[in-house]
Design a binder for this molecule. Sequence first.
Ligand SMILES: [Zn+2]
Length: 349
Amino acid sequence: MVPACCLLGAAEIPRLDEFSLAPGPQNQLGSFNIVLNAGSGLSGNPAALAAFSRAANQWVSYFSDPISIHIDANLASLGSGIIGSTGSVLLQVNFDTVRNALVTDAADETSNGIVGLLPTAAQFSTLLPSGFSYDGNIVATKANLKALGFGGLDTTFGSSDASITFNSGFSFDYDNSDGVGAGLVDFETVATHEIGHALGFVSRVDAIDGVASGAVGVSILDLFRFDGTAGNNPSSSADFTSKPRDLRPGGSPIFDDLSGPEYPFSTGLTQGDGRQGSHWKDNLGLGVMDPTLATQEIVAISLLDLRAFDLIGYDLAPVPEPSTWAGILGISVVGAFEWVRRRRASGQR
Ligand SMILES: [Zn+2]
């Protein structure tokens, strides 16, 4: 079983344009909130509920968009090897509507000048497997569109932004404050990861992987997904606008915003490296959006995770005190060295 977020065909995704909804005022710093609607399996487990709340608060502490994200969550039996799964409410919107909202949202953020260089629909191109065509749309989670200032979404499409299921078949540790017990999976890390998908860390590569043909859109995160090999890898502002985005399973896709190092993505469950494309490359310690989690492993939101969410339209809260910032960086760096060496015993998330 794989997250339902990534398997919807374009025909099944509602079109936002049909509802005459437009972005509202942008860049209002306010109170970012995640509202949990717990199913009986989760609400009956106070320790799990508390861990989910801590995970949600990790995201809440970083973002300042004045929006509420509604997440249904439960503990239930999933297929073996799956720790958790997220189904997000997806909407498709014509390219320039979202592109222009991204540019407007980022306009007052000096570190996000690259967003202003996103191609227009007329300039945009993709690398796709044979049999596929680009349909001119951007597919986004409803949560992500809220962050971009689109209003009225809950009224039109229902209040739920995503549904997360944690596999009750896994042995979780619900309190990592004293470490994670032997043989146990850290519930808070899994919850943090799944919420990340709900917020918008998704790629349409997973809608293409394992399918023979079709017309597809791109996700917002896909706007920063390039082929890392020579010729298609952007190295200038002009390249960032003109180089095609890479939606092919397999290959060597990278996250590139021209600001520094490039970071690899996972390349596909079926035709790629065995991990869904809606993740960083496995086992490099890149952040909480890594596709796998070992027992006893705790993963925090990394600066790279935050950079991706910053670029797809979330407004970062004012920078924390330097000591806090340094602590975050420390966790990421130390983790990177441990994680690449560790054999991962557990499954997809
Ligand atoms: Zn995942």
